[in-house]
Design a binder for this molecule. Structure first.
Ligand code: ADP
Ligand code: MG
Length: 407
């Protein structure tokens, strides 16, 4: 029997081995019980909140940090433990948790708070529903509910609070930070705001700012070595022993750590790589799968961003794609004529430049400044992803698709 045949038999035997033993541990929402490198943060927050167990109002708290630095995970763990303890001690604490980004509108935020507090199960005239209520009335109903319950202690967590303020300003926050002035019988509300943006505070009215940030904490990005530990812990939960090499884990950590020290990105890479390995019936997750995962994630995000961007942003991208030397003036000319073809009123050059810098921040275009000798310096703009992706993302729009095809 030839070596090839034997090799084939042995390969088949290992093919389709089960790599993942616990899939849920690789999902976005999974919070492990142990969160290494966040002991200090957890201790301080727990300390602040713990006075609720003595019936006193914890300070409002603002947590900042780039995405994937463990803010949500840390808070969720603490809340879970705090609620357990409060229950043991028979203290009336409720901790509504809303994510302002997924809730999307200020109204939905209020609605979800009301749901989590059980207000909507109560009397009809106290309920908070979408129709007919003004924002002020909805807030009032929530605050009335707390007041009527007398000794109710509320710790309201608003995750991704920056997205609420970006879209709806800080009126709701103003009302909540003022609410304690009208609580008479030992009830109160404390606010925990979590923000991915470090400059979030600048957008707040000074009164809201000072009251919301009675205490503050910054979560720093993880180092590559820290990510290695986080990932290898997670891999132990998620994979069978033989299913992933240390080299692959370290590569994952290096890739995710290089830019932002983002644990979410690291875990996403791990999950997508495992899915690729499974599909290929590989015997374990290898470095090549991590690299393929990286490419796939990048492509998917670019695609999503493109598909959901405004028509003008799409036309700007087409203009950059078509432009020969990529300087701003030429891109604007191309953009204007594409607008004409597609019967859109062109935006000003200034506004187009803003769109370009937004795209730059998203990593969809690259800009650099080139010297043009005695003509001074000018900016050069280039697309930072395959043009195939843009064509795919424009599929739903026949006019832009046609523009993308012609030279
Ligand atoms: P943020 O809210 O700061 O964007 P998350 O708390 O959502 O970040 O964390 C992102 C992902 O990384 C989650 O899956 C979380 O479980 C995981 N994670 C973050 N920090 C740690 C840590 N110290 N140990 C283990 N897993 C972590
Ligand atoms: Mg978060």
């Amino acid at each position: 029997m030839s070596d090839d045949i034997l090799e084939g038999i042995f390969t088949k035997a290992t093919a389709g081995k089960i790599l993942i033993k616990d899939r849920k541990t690789l999902t976005i929402d999974y919070v492990p019980e142990k969160l290494p490198f966040r002991d200090e943060e957890a201790r301080t927050i727990a300390q602040t909140l713990s006075i609720v167990l003595k019936g006193a109002r914890p300070s409002n708290l603002l947590l900042f940090g780039k995405p994937g630095t463990g803010k949500t995970a840390v808070i969720k763990n603490i809340i879970k433990r705090l609620q357990k303890k409060a229950k043991e001690l028979e203290i009336d604490v409720i901790v509504p948790f809303v994510n302002a980004k997924t809730a999307n509108t200020a109204y939905k935020v209020l609605y979800e708070i009301a749901e989590e507090m059980g207000i909507n199960k109560g009397e009809k005239k106290q309920q908070v529903y979408f129709t007919g209520l003004s924002m002020g009335e909805a807030t009032d109903r929530i605050l009335d509910f707390i007041q009527k319950k007398k000794k109710l202690h509320v710790i309201l967590v608003i995750d991704e609070i920056d997205s609420l303020v970006d879209k709806n300003g800080d009126d709701i926050l103003y009302n909540f930070t003022r609410a304690n002035e009208r609580m008479y019988e030992g009830g109160f509300i404390s606010l925990i705001g979590i923000s991915n943006s470090l400059t979030f505070k600048d957008k707040l009215d000074p009164r809201v700012r000072s009251s919301l940030s009675e205490e503050e904490m910054v979560f720093n990005p993880y180092t590559i070595v820290q990510l290695q530990k986080i990932l290898s812990d997670r891999a132990k939960l998620a994979f069978n022993d033989y299913a992933i090499s240390t080299a692959a884990i370290n590569l994952c950590a290096a890739m995710a750590g290089k830019e932002n020290g983002d644990a979410r990105k690291a875990i996403d890479l791990l999950r997508v790589a495992a899915e690729i390995a499974e599909r290929e019936r590989a015997s374990d997750v290898q470095e090549i799968h991590i690299r393929q995962a990286q490419e796939k994630i990048e492509k998917d995000t670019n695609y999503e961003v493109l598909r959901n961007s405004t028509t003008h942003t799409k036309i700007v991208l087409l203009a950059i794609m078509k432009s020969k030397n990529g300087n701003t003036g030429e891109v604007y000319e191309t953009y204007s004529s594409l607008c004409k073809y597609s019967e859109h009123e062109p935006l000003t050059q200034r506004r187009m430049t803003q769109i370009v810098s937004e795209l730059d921040q998203l990593g969809l275009v690259m800009t650099d400044v080139v010297s043009q000798g005695r003509y001074g310096r000018s900016q050069r703009i280039k697309i930072a992803f395959p043009s195939l992706t843009i064509r795919e993302a424009l599929k739903d729009d026949p006019i832009l698709t046609t523009l993308a095809m012609v030279d």
